[in-house]
Design a protein around this ligand. Sequence first.
Ligand code: HGY
Ligand code: MN
Ligand code: MN
Length: 413
Amino acid sequence: MSAAPDINPDRLHADLAELATLSAHPAPAVTRVLFSKEDLAAREWLVGKAKAAGLDVRHDAVGNLFFTLNGSDPGLPAVATGSHTDAIPNAGAYDGVVGVLGGLEALRTLRENGVTPRRSIELIMFTAEEPTRFGIGCLGSRMLAGTTSAEEAASLRDADGRSLDELRPAAYAGDLASVILPTGFYQAFVELHIEQGPMLEKQGIDIGIVTRIAAPAAFRLRFTGSGGHAGAVLMPDRHDAFLAAAETALAVERAAVDSPSSDTVGTTGLVEVRPGAINSIPCDVRMEIDFRDTDVDARDAAIDQIRSEADAACGRRGVTLEWSCINIDPPAICDEALVECAEKHAAALGCGHTRMISRAYHDSLFMARICPTTMLFIPCRNGWSHRPDEYASPEAIAKGTNLLTRMLLDLAR
Ligand code: HGY
Ligand code: MN
Ligand code: MN
């Protein structure tokens, strides 16, 4: 089997640097929220790059973008790769982007070297991997997998009450029910991504091959108290919504720390306190909880614990609680044959590699529901991610992209 040609690391590095400038916040931060002007500029930039590389370009009604290197037998299910270019506020330049631009560089390299695979190879840029706009992550891949229906997607609203239909560009107009992919549409899916954890760098390993993706869950809570004047209402007479929320946030931490599973993580990342005045007792507090584990039973037992502690805190304080589930997903098990394929090519490239789990979720979590899937992780500095100093070296990115290129070509034979 002839090896795939090596990618052009300088060109890839230049693309990463260029895309990082399309941000709502100044460098080194990257902020690119779904359908913001920065996100639309990034989409346009990417389509231009893909067209210049001679790839076919299409999109679906939720804004997933597809870039295709046509195979000699286009009737066969294609092999796919991809990730996301949206970024939460004040994030970094590598989360998701390494997988999209690495995939672009892989297809561009194959095409300019005259390599025509038997199966087509598709690069997917998934819409809204981050939950920032609509509160739910992986909206584009959820819809491709049929996990989120067209009706559920149409009912989503952002913080300003705007719907998907109001926000998506006119060019994406179309029936959201057309997004779901038929079974067997793809032969395999491989996602290149930074680890977003410290293990690979600490152990000096080039490549992590993902065997399992942790099961994410997210909840929206609303605490309602009676509010009142900060000076006039004595302590025994208060029903302070923020303190009930604060006890619940501590219960989230306690449930994760006390869990029998070391992979249980819980985060209260969003709290809005109303009326938000120094001399007014909080009467309306909205909070969002992110809770994950590779062990679903441990996760769900911990969530039950949090719920009962939140109810108890509200009972003690005379505060009411509205608890709604944003998402609660099973973990993804990656495909053993794909994992072995990655190990084979990593070894052939002389890359140190190890099997590992992903604690972050990714579009692969949902692609694994519709085709054999695995992920390739590369080290990132100190494991930092979702922060402006997120960083992966050009050497690490090149190794991951060369491995991806070889895997895709092998799978597309
Ligand atoms: O939150 C996550 O795991 C992903 O980075 N959106
Ligand atoms: Mn992310
Ligand atoms: Mn990501």
